[in-house]
Structure formats: structure tokens, C-alpha cells
Design a protein around this ligand. Structure first.
Ligand code: UGA
Length: 405
């Protein structure tokens, strides 16, 4: 996110000083190397590289007027860990007494105020709403820009910075800006869990298809068509951690966020559901190996943080009765206890049954007559060897689909 923001702002004409405490990352970037997969990032970085000063030394920011904090804010034991954000703000304060801090990391309400108290610096909240895989596009063409704080001059400065996007700008308090981010992510996560509930029901109703239901629902402007794709549930570095963080924060304030709790629970149950289904199909078809297509938490990224696909692999491995094969077009990390393949064809050839766990485009055209669980709804659900999440196969298909009855 830090690099995406920096590159987008550089492309809009700004000079960038980029600090990372990891010297290896700084060295790589200085040599023009980006070790993560994010469409458009590489090209745009190389195009704007001359506008970058990169360093692991905070002294480099002593004359910079706006300093963005874009560091991880992990959820540990269901609670947000603000350690990196506090560390960064203290280092900024030590090296630049006139800095305006802008927090882009996702932080619980009250964090900006706390950092202001700790450092005495002006602190603005400017949360991001970008998706991995489309991060550059979302940053350059956002739906809205939220700027929270009480220092008018600083807010004006941040507004000017993002003017180039032509997006509506919401000026508000720090607390509202922090809350808007959590409420947005929790709402999107809830939409996914909601449609996954409907998918479970559709599977039991021959003739019913969650994709059609979602599409028709989406035409209603109040509902909107986005984030209504049923599947294996949401993963990634944001929804799982943010829903848990806001939930525990609310609990501390004596508030029970029933909807968000249900969202989390329902999402966790997706793994159990698909694992059970895979084991049942494997038992019926006397399979010895299960092939998992897709390991990333979604398509167009090599990110496996909180990946539902990876959790499914773990669950199936824990079962102990099957060889687990995996293939992902972008993920290069080793996945212990599995056999990793460099093509979908090889993975399919060596597996008795297949699960599509990430919605990669290239899985749309797989050719196999082996049993397939389409946990991301990208195949034709009428194919006789395919079990599609959220699709109630009609009675006349019964004969052909014995193995998943
Ligand atoms: C999410 C939000 O979409 C961004 O707005 C936000 O800025 C970001 O978190 C963040 O807080 O930094 P991201 O996690 O990159 O973005 O990815 P999404 O596209 O939201 O997907 C999250 C998960 O939901 C993926 O596992 C995806 O497969 C799943 N998903 C998404 C569904 O199962 N169904 C859908 O309809 C949409």
C-alpha cells in the first residue's frame, strides 16, 4: 500500500521520500526491483523512479512537509497491534518537529488523537479504500477521499494532494475517518457472508443459482452488484483482521456487533464446509489425491495472507488421508506437505479430484472429466462433473452427478 500510494502520488507530479526500516526492500527498490505481484505497479514505479529518494534512515524526512504512515496494523489475539504505527510516529517526531503526519494505515478510532498526544504533531487521517490486484487504479480513481482532522491548513494540504483524482472529498473528524474505514470493510465483508448464506440455501433447491440471484439483486441500486460473489469466503490482509479488530474494540466499549460477529463466524465456516464436501467426494470416488487450484487470497495477486485457499489446504492436510497437490499462477512460496505444480494441467493430471479455491481467470477453461468443486463459481455449473457452490442441480442431472449426492 505504501508503494502504491507513493507511486500514484509521484505519477501525479509529487517528489517522494520513501522510508522503510527493511534495508533489503530499499536496496531492491533502488535497483528497480519489486518483489510483489501487483498489476501496473512495476511500470508506474519505473516511469517515476527519478522522483523517488529511498532510504531506511528517518533523517531523510527532516524537510518533508507531509509524512504518510503506511505500516501494517495486524490483529493479534483478536486485537489491533499499533506498534508499527507508534514506532513510525515517534521516529517522525524525532526527525521533523514540523511534520504533519497522515495516517493511511487502518487504525481503530482514537489512534490519530493518541498519536497527536504522544508526538505533539498535527495528525490527519486519510484511510485508503483500494483493493489488491487493482490497487493502482483504485488509488488514482477512488470513489471518495476521506480526510479527517481538525487542523484546517493540514486538511487543505492533503485535499490539494488528492485533487487530481477528481473524487468527492469528505472532510471530517479523525474519529469519523477511522470509523468510515472499518464500517466500509465490515460492510463489504458482511455482504460476502450474506451471499454465502444464500448460496448454502440455493444448493438445497434444485433449479436455484446464487449467481443469478445475486445478479438480479445487484440491479437494485440500494443493494449494488459488488461483493455479492459467493465462494470460499473472504481472505486477505484486510477483511479478516479488520472485522476482528473492530469487533474486539467494540466489545471493550461494551457494544456487541452481532452482525459483524456473525460475518466472521460464517466466513470461518466456509473452509469447514468445502473441506467436508471435498472429503465426501473423495470418499465416494475413492480418490487418493486432491488438487487445489489457486492459493492466493484472490486472483491477480501473489498474496497468501489469510488466504481461504491456504486454510483449506491446511484443513485437508490435517485430515491426513489424501495427497494434496497445489497450483497457483502467481504464488511462489513453498507450501509444506503439498506437491506444488507449475501448471494447472500437471496439477489436474496428478489429482483425483479438484477444488477451485481462487478465482484466477485461467481456471475458467480447465478441461477435465474428474470431479471438480468450483468453490469460486467460475465454471459452467451444468457440467456433470462439477459441483458449484450455490447451485442447486436440477433433478434430471441426478444420474450424472452421483458422486456428490
Ligand atoms: C479490501 C477492500 O475491498 C478495500 O476497499 C480495502 O481498501 C482493503 O481491503 C484494505 O482494507 O486495505 P482486498 O483485501 O485487497 O481489499 O481485496 P477484496 O477484493 O476486497 O477481496 C477480499 C476477499 O473477499 C478475497 O478473498 C475475495 O476473494 C473475497 N470476495 C470479494 C468474495 O468472496 N466475493 C466478492 O464478491 C468479493
Amino acid at each position: 500500500m505504501g508503494l502504491v500510494t507513493a507511486v500514484s502520488l509521484a505519477d501525479a507530479g509529487n517528489e517522494i521520500v520513501g522510508i522503510d526500516t527493511d534495508q533489503n526492500k530499499i536496496n531492491d527498490l533502488s535497483n528497480g526491483i519489486i518483489r510483489m505481484y501487483e498489476p501496473k505497479l512495476n511500470e508506474l514505479f519505473l516511469k517515476n523512479k527519478s522522483k523517488f529518494t529511498l532510504s531506511s534512515d528517518y533523517k531523510m524526512i527532516n524537510e518533508v512537509d507531509l509524512i504518510y504512515i503506511i505500516v501494517p496494523t495486524p490483529t493479534i489475539n483478536n486485537k489491533i497491534d499499533l506498534g508499527y504505527a507508534i514506532d513510525a510516529s515517534e521516529n517522525i517526531q524525532k526527525n521533523n518537529k514540523n511534520a504533519v503526519i497522515v495516517i493511511k494505515s487502518t487504525v481503530i478510532p482514537g489512534t490519530a488523537r493518541m498519536i497527536h498526544k504522544k508526538t505533539g504533531l498535527v495528525v490527519i487521517s486519510n484511510p485508503e479504500f483500494t483493493k489488491e490486484g487493482e490497487a493502482i487504479n483504485d488509488t488514482i480513481h477512488p470513489d471518495r477521499i476521506v480526510i479527517g482532522g481538525s487542523d484546517k491548513k493540514a486538511i487543505d494540504r492533503v485535499e490539494k494532494l488528492w485533487k487530481f483524482t477528481n473524487a468527492p472529498i469528505i472532510r471530517t473528524s479523525n474519529e469519523n475517518a477511522e470509523m468510515i474505514k472499518y464500517a466500509s470493510n465490515a460492510f463489504l465483508a458482511a455482504k460476502i457472508s450474506f451471499i454465502n448464506n444464500i448460496a448454502d440455501l440455493c444448493e438445497k433447491i434444485p433449479g436455484s443459482d446464487v449467481d443469478v440471484v445475486a445478479k438480479a439483486m445487484g440491479y437494485d441500486k440500494r443493494i449494488a452488484p459488488y461483493f455479492l460473489k459467493a465462494g470460499l469466503g473472504y481472505g486477505g490482509s484486510c477483511f479478516p483482521k479488520d472485522t476482528k479488530a473492530i469487533n474486539s474494540y467494540a466489545n471493550e466499549l461494551g457494544v456487541h456487533l452481532d452482525m459483524i460477529e456473525a460475518t466472521i463466524k460464517s466466513n470461518e465456516a466456509r473452509i469447514e464446509k468445502v473441506a467436508k464436501l471435498a472429503i465426501e467426494i473423495a470418499r465416494i470416488s475413492k480418490a487418493k489425491s486432491i488438487g487445489i487450484l489457486g492459493i492466493a487470497f484472490k486472483n491477480n495477486t501473489d498474496d497468501t495472507r489469510e488466504s481461504q485457499a491456504l486454510k483449506l489446504v491446511q484443513k485437508l492436510k490435517d485430515n491426513g488421508n489424501y495427497n494434496i497437490n497445489v497450483y497457483d499462477p502467481a504464488v511462489k512460496i513453498m507450501i509444506k506437505g503439498t506437491r506444488q505444480f507449475s501448471s494447472k494441467e500437471e496439477c489436474i493430471k496428478n489429482s483425483d479430484i479438484i477444488v477451485i479455491a481462487t478465482e484466477w481467470e485461467e481456471f475458467k477453461n480447465i478441461k477435465t472429466s474428474k470431479p471438480v468443486i468450483d468453490a469460486r463459481r467460475i465454471l459452467d455449473p451444468m457440467l456433470s462433473n462439477v459441483f458449484s457452490i450455490g447451485f442447486g442441480k436440477a433433478k434430471d442431472n441426478e444420474q450424472k452427478t452421483k458422486w456428490f449426492q
